[in-house]
Design a binder for this molecule. Structure first.
Ligand code: ADP
Length: 387
């Protein structure tokens, strides 16, 4: 049997879940727009001035706002501005409606509206613009939903992976300590290897979780004054055995003795610790002979900006180096370059995000086969900001 042709009415029936807020101070215009849009099956809400419109939008965000520009009190540009500056609202397309002689399309679009239609309007043109903006709204909503699901998936996944990894780490450590009975030396070695791999995996999962917290804007930081030099010393001493195991010389040069700076900076100590661990850890990982040298000095990243002091930690190694074409990319996530060493390619990405949230900067200078120098600049008096 032949299927009936899809008519305009069947198209409009799809539109019924979309609510359009029509804002106009003229009852005649409201009535005209109501007749056109109701005919198409849209749900409608109305407001006769800007303030009422904003309140309605706040209470129940519509799928689209059809907004008259010239209204007494708050005009359409101001309403648009207020909608766009409210971070709690989802994306709502705004279609501005104006008379021919009235002011600028440019101003409306620059203020944040998505489209413009002139009065008196052609009915088909109005409907086509409404449909186009609703398509835009639906695709943005769908994209945001995918992002939300992705975040949800990653945070569940990382959480579910962490639990067994932590449990395995505890059990393996007990096993190695012979808590459950004697362990042959060859089995000891094997267990040590499994513990290392397990811990690498755990660290990777933790880093992934942190990266997603930043991506989702859910990272909160606790800013306080802490001793930056002491932190570097702590991390340095913690990692020194790894360098010495590889036969590398490991040198830490501090700065406070030479200045009147007390060695403290403003920031989130745990997050900065993560950055320094990543930078020194990488220096050790990618260096097979020679040295690792860590220097701290007071130095601004930009010689023109001397208004507020910065501290600079310089981590230099004589390792593999990084090809010039890879030097920018290593701060993007999952970028690892061409090597066979363990890692996730997430550490520098996360470090970069943490440092940016502290109004700081990481710079790299490197030459293949000669080594790399990472410079970590942090303001001594960073403002508290979100990530
Ligand atoms: P990972 O070390 O886990 O791979 P990172 O994000 O910390 O991830 O580093 C990204 C990449 O940058 C590394 O895979 C490596 O190619 C390069 N890299 C970082 N630090 C160094 C270094 N000190 N020497 C040589 N290459 C480095």
């Amino acid at each position: 049997m032949l299927q009936p042709l899809r008519t305009d009415r069947s198209l409009s029936a799809q539109a019924t879940s979309d609510c359009i807020l029509v804002v106009d101070d003229s009852p005649d215009n409201l009535f005209l727009v109501q007749t056109i849009l109701e005919e198409e099956g849209y749900q409608l809400a109305f407001a006769v001035d800007g303030l009422t419109a904003l309140e309605k939008i706040r209470q129940s965000p519509p799928s689209l706002v059809l907004l008259d520009v010239m209204m007494p009190g708050m005009n359409g540009y101001e309403v648009t501005q207020k909608i766009r500056s409210n971070p709690n609202l989802p994306f709502i397309p705004i279609l501005l409606v104006t008379a021919h002689e009235e002011s600028s399309v440019v101003k409306g679009l620059d203020t944040g509206a998505d489209d413009f239609i002139r009065k008196p309007f052609d009915m088909d043109e109005l409907l086509a613009r409404v449909r186009a903006l609703l398509r835009l709204k639906h695709s943005i909503d769908a994209e945001q939903e995918i992002m939300r699901q992705r975040e949800d998936f990653v945070s569940r996944l990382t959480h579910d992976l962490r639990t067994p990894l932590v449990a395995a780490d505890r059990m393996l450590t007990l096993l190695k300590k012979e808590t459950f009975g004697a362990v042959a030396p060859t089995a000891q070695e094997a267990i040590a290897g499994i513990i290392r791999s397990n811990q690498n995996l755990l660290q990777m999962v933790n880093t992934l979780l942190e990266v997603y917290r930043y991506e989702a804007g859910k990272k909160t930081m606790t800013f306080a004054r802490f001793d930056f030099e002491e932190l570097i010393r702590d991390v340095g001493e913690e990692l020194r055995p790894l360098a010495e195991e590889k036969g590398l010389s490991f040198e830490l040069i501090e700065v406070t003795k030479a200045t009147d700076w007390d060695g403290k900076i403003m920031g989130d100590c745990l997050e900065i610790r993560r950055v320094i661990t990543n930078l020194i850890g990488n220096a050790i990982k990618f260096t097979d002979d020679g040295f690792i040298q860590i220097k701290i000095k007071l130095e601004n990243p930009d010689s023109n900006r001397q208004d507020s002091p910065y501290v600079c930690a310089i981590i230099q190694d004589t390792g593999t180096g990084i090809a010039a074409e890879d030097q920018q990319e290593i701060f993007e996530w999952f970028r690892q370059g061409n090597h066979m060493r363990a890692g996730s390619g997430l550490g520098l990405h996360l470090s970069h995000r943490i440092v940016t949230a502290h109004q700081g900067r990481i710079e790299v200078e490197s030459e293949l086969s000669k080594g790399s120098t990472f410079r970590l600049y942090l303001p001594v008096n960073a403002n508290v900001t979100g990530a």
